[in-house]
Design a protein around this ligand. Structure first.
Ligand SMILES: NC(=O)c1ccc[n+]([C@@H]2O[C@H](COP(=O)([O-])OP(=O)(O)OC[C@H]3O[C@@H](n4cnc5c(N)ncnc54)[C@H](O)[C@@H]3O)[C@@H](O)[C@H]2O)c1
Ligand SMILES: [Zn+2]
Length: 361
């Protein structure tokens, strides 16, 4: 695949997602650095720095900025205000000026943390996202949501801060653990169900290449995923209306993640289970075309994602669903009519929801 550019036309802050294999080595062409930038603070984690740090530093130097690397602890547990403070103090030590740039190099954790640090440093400096997980490439890096977790809940502290550019190097997927690639494909399949059925066709035709991260297959899938996310966030930057459709599979996913203390499932795995639940619910309600649930299970199985084996206590799940931030007078579900088309359904019959949850056992 050659280089593909997907515009993200957010009103007032448009930028491009640039997708291709090997882009980190020729970053300078795609960075869209602020003209007055003299320094770049690269925020990353050790496993990613070890593979890509030198390449990115060299490309930034070639673009004419001085480079400082800020390495933070890896993992969701480090997406905290304490790590945020460490990053801000590293910026102070550099010192990073108001015309300078933050470069987020890593998965969604780094993107959210570095993006939030950029949103607030000096009341906001530019950020460039260099996502290195499939999930971050098709989802977290696009759309400008940034933030950190509190012990009380995920992503409770944050800001909208659009990047100057998102540069997606497909070659980084080669070093990503296989489980992370599979989990990312769960989020990718979501785009197929809500907006672009070709994504499902590609996954069904080339499941092994998709799981392996083969750029020839994954490149087109990522391009389509980024296109869907870009279209939705540009139409609806602050989340209402269509942005809610991005939550397909997420109502149940969030409940499973909460009930398992975020330990058992990678996010994309929980989304896979949530999409199975949503398809079954949709069929029971007569909203989804017949066969959607079977097609969902067959695809996710083929990708090595979970479609059952859940031991949720339905009462506990119901309580968590009722607390879901999207819950108004009842739980709200995104359902899929047929691949490519989704809708919001308010307060489906709790008895049906419980049955569907039990079916994930
Ligand atoms: N801002 C948004 O709109 C948005 C959307 C979805 C998810 N998120 C956030 O994204 C986070 C999850 O992101 P994630 O799934 O990318 O997890 P992650 O950032 O923790 O990355 C997963 C693991 O892969 C490693 N890694 C990353 N790239 C690698 C590479 N190329 N080679 C080898 N190892 C690599 C990381 O060090 C980490 O251990 C969550 O905090 C979630 O809230 C944000
Ligand atoms: Zn998600």
């Amino acid at each position: 695949m050659s280089v593909a550019t997907v515009p993200v036309p957010v009103p007032g802050a448009p930028y491009d997602g640039v997708i291709g294999p090997g882009l980190l080595a020729r970053l300078d062409a795609h960075l869209a650095l602020p003209p007055a930038a003299r320094r770049a603070a690269v925020v990353t984690v050790e496993p990613v720095r070890a593979h890509y740090g030198k390449r990115v530093a060299a490309a930034l130097a070639a673009a004419g900025v001085a480079v400082d690397v800020v390495t933070v602890p890896d993992g969701e547990d480090a997406k905290t205000l304490a790590t945020f403070e460490r990053v801000q103090r590293a910026f102070a030590a550099i010192p990073l000026g108001r015309d300078d740039v933050v470069v987020a190099l890593g998965g969604g954790v780094v993107g959210d943390l570095a993006g939030f640090a950029a949103a607030t440093w000096n009341r906001g400096v530019a950020v460039v996202q260099l996502p290195t997980t499939l999930l971050a490439q098709v989802d977290a890096a696009i759309g400008g949501k940034t933030g950190v977790n509190l012990p009380e809940g995920k992503n409770l502290v944050g800001a909208f801060h659009q990047p100057r550019a998102v540069v997606i190097d497909l070659a980084t997927l080669a070093t990503l653990p296989a489980r992370e690639r599979r989990a990312g494909l769960g989020e990718v399949a979501k785009y197929g169900f809500i907006a672009d059925p070709v994504v499902l066709d590609l996954l069904e035709r080339h499941p092994d290449a998709a799981v392996a991260g083969d750029p020839a297959v994954v490149g087109e899938i990522v391009r389509r995923g980024v296109t869907v996310k870009a279209r939705i966030v540009a139409a609806d930057e602050r989340e209402s209306g269509d942005r809610a459709l991005l939550n397909y599979g997420h109502t149940v996913a969030h409940a499973l993640e909460t009930l398992s203390g975020y330990r058992r499932y990678r996010h994309g795995e929980a989304v896979a289970l949530g999409m199975v639940a949503a398809a079954r619910l949709g069929e029971r309600l007569g909203v989804s075309e017949a066969g959607l649930a079977a097609r969902t299970v067959a695809l996710l199985d083929r990708l090595g994602l979970p479609t059952g084996g859940v031991d949720v206590d339905p009462a506990a799940a119901r309580a968590v669903l009722a607390r879901d931030k999207k819950a108004r007078d009842g739980v709200r579900f995104v359902l899929c009519r047929r691949p490519g088309s989704a809708l919001l359904v308010d307060a489906p019959d709790p008895v049906l929801v419980e049955e569907v949850l039990r079916s994930l056992a």
